[in-house]
Design a protein around this ligand. Sequence first.
Ligand code: SF4
Ligand code: FES
Length: 264
Amino acid sequence: MKLTLKIWRQKNHDAKGELKTYPIDGIEGDMSFLEMLDVLNEGLINNGEEPVVFDHDCREGICGSCSLQINGEPHGPDRLITTCQLHMRSFKDGDTIVIEPFRANAFPVIKDLVVDRSAFDRIQQAGGYVSVNTSGNTVDANSIPVNKHDADESFNAATCIGCGACVAACKNASAMLFTSAKISQFALLPQGKIEATERALNMVKQMDEEGFGNCSNTGACEIECPKGITLVNIARMNREYVSASLEAPLSNAWSIDDESSLFD
Ligand code: SF4
Ligand code: FES
């Protein structure tokens, strides 16, 4: 296949970026999208030009680092896959493909197609864990019975790979699908109930502080999520947040700002 690539090039966070055009030839349908970019970079390096910088690690849909906006869609035109699982057979000879970084104020561009998604790490650090007693009296997790439906739902939420496609797809750059998956994963399990109040309050607070937008129930996040995380998780997070706000001491109580964030 012969293709025309229009790729976002930006030297660093402060530099002005622009789309640059690269013609490319000899692309096979069985190549992955990232292999196609590898071919482009080999050519650029051989010509003494700077290669295009893009994020990747596992190349098998697990790590969530290969986040690219392809022809305006996070992870490209196919559903339930990441950019590294997208194959060139999804395009045709002569196509023009526009490749950009994920766009959101909370995901500043570092260089070319790489954005800083450490805002997600900070949301996770605010409560996306369970504290375990490691004094020698630890109860084996398998000895606590968990209802099958809840275990399955918790597992589904835990499949979120933190790629950020939900934010990039959302017109408000909202991170509610990500945050709700991380809250749901624990909210459904007995082990997660102990810290449920602080978890819901702290993770939502951190999400707001990072500058993500509000949810307006558009549902683009669910459509573009490569792991099939559903809006049901956002509804669950809202319930967790409301009940946490009613239980929390007055200093943490629900403010007008928090309310608008959750129910816009
Ligand atoms: S909810 Fe889906 S789109 Fe959002 S970060 Fe998790 S896996 Fe990616
Ligand atoms: S490189 Fe890890 S999910 Fe794509």
